[in-house]
Ligand binder design. Structure first.
Ligand code: PLP
Length: 374
């Protein structure tokens, strides 16, 4: 029996979402832009999904733009906003953003925009003083994630939202399903993804505060009020709405259950010689570690042989041997950052699974250490 502890990479479908998808794919729907009755029915479902998502976020319906996921939402927010600003304008993204925000910002630096990466402290939280020092008169955008995907640290989104400012604030809230989505007052844009909440891959949205306009990335259609062209993905939108509603309804129960599971695992892991736990203020669903003298790769292989699925931080970069950018930004050595192992939990994780991993970890680390030749 395999044990899946990689919810931060993607969560298994929630049963409610699976049932919804089965129902949806057994129906023949029209194109939500068509004028006939099938198109009208599709449009009704699509707008119903938008309304439900807006209610979950306490947003207005016209503030929700459907996307193919959070990579697109992050790209749309950062590129779409900055490309309307004069060349030379300044933006700041934190040094621990997901590659979909980080690389979009980096692309802008090649287009003539000024970019700074805001540092984090060793505990994985944004260094607010250093951040303030980076602000300039021509700063137009700041992008900060609510919860980091590699180490789970909670970022000071509220503090930034409360600042007296002329720049816009974009928040990647992909990993804050368990903690709760941030209060939108003071936030201008916010990205979400269905598959981290028990929905399908390929579905997400961007909240865009009423009155703001973005330069679209996808052109060639009037969908999403000309902000994102392409035939409306009705099923993806409904699945996102369902995943968000179920996440919201179960939050209190899941937070306390997952917190307890993580505590049990962490008590065992911290007894392993040379183990280091990363991050202080964290979302309960992530527990990231390195074990002195062993790289992530042999350890993940060993875990996999034992039927345990964990990861080395961001799934997007886990096939590369590069040290984790997040862990080096926290001030650890590249050698240590190469050892990052992330366990992440969610709606389907059981205490038997976590106890079984906790019991076996010391031996697994020992074997991986020997194999790694250190
Ligand atoms: C913090 C964060 N932002 C963005 C993304 C990208 O989301 P998607 O897979 O929907 O493109 C992820 C997924 O790994 C993530 O963890």
């Amino acid at each position: 029996m395999s044990i899946y502890l990689d919810y931060a990479a993607t969560a298994p479908l929630r049963p409610e979402v699976r049932a919804l998808l089965t129902r949806c794919y057994n129906q023949d729907w029209g194109n939500a832009s068509s004028l006939h009755r099938d198109g009208h029915a599709a449009r009704m479902h699509f707008e119903d999904a938008r309304e439900r998502i807006a209610r979950c976020l306490k947003a207005k319906v016209e503030e929700i733009i459907f996307t193919s996921g959070a990579t697109e939402a992050n790209n749309l927010a950062i590129l779409g906003w900055m490309r309307q600003q004069p060349k030379g304008s300044h933006l700041i993204v934190s040094a621990i953003e997901h590659p979909s925000a980080w690389e979009a910002a980096e692309a802008l630096s090649y287009e003539g925009y000024q970019l700074d990466f805001a540092p984090v402290s060793r505990d994985g939280g944004l260094d607010l003083e250093a951040f303030r020092a980076l602000l300039r008169e021509n700063t137009r955008l700041v992008s900060l994630m609510a919860v980091n995907n590699e180490v789970g640290t909670i970022q000071p989104v509220e503090e930034l939202a409360g600042l007296n400012r002329s720049w816009k604030l974009h928040v990647d809230a992909v990993q804050s399903g368990l903690l709760g989505w941030p209060d939108l007052s003071g936030i201008d844009m916010l990205s979400l993804s269905a598959h981290k909440l028990g929905g399908p891959v390929g579905s997400g949205c961007l909240f865009l505060k009423q009155g703001l306009r973005l330069a679209p990335l996808l052109m060639g259609g009037a969908q999403e009020d000309h902000r994102r062209a392409g035939t409306s993905n009705v099923v993806a939108a409904l699945a996102l709405a369902e995943a968000m509603e179920v996440t919201r309804a179960r939050r209190t129960e899941e937070v306390s259950r997952v917190t307890e599971l993580r505590q049990g695992l962490e008590a065992e892991l911290s007894d392993i010689p040379g183990s280091v736990r990363l991050g202080s203020q964290r979302s309960p669903h992530i527990s990231s570690w390195f074990f002195e003298g062993v790289r992530a790769e042999p350890l993940l292989v060993r875990l996999d042989l034992e039927g345990i699925s964990a990861s080395s931080g961001s799934a997007c970069s886990s096939h590369s041997l590069e040290p984790s950018r997040v862990v080096t930004a926290m001030g650890f050595e590249p050698e240590q950052a190469r050892g990052l192992i992330r366990f992440s939990f969610g709606h389907g994780t059981t205490s038997e699974e976590v106890e079984s991993v906790a019991r076996r970890m010391r031996q697994i680390v020992d074997k991986a250490r020997r194999q790694d030749g250190t």
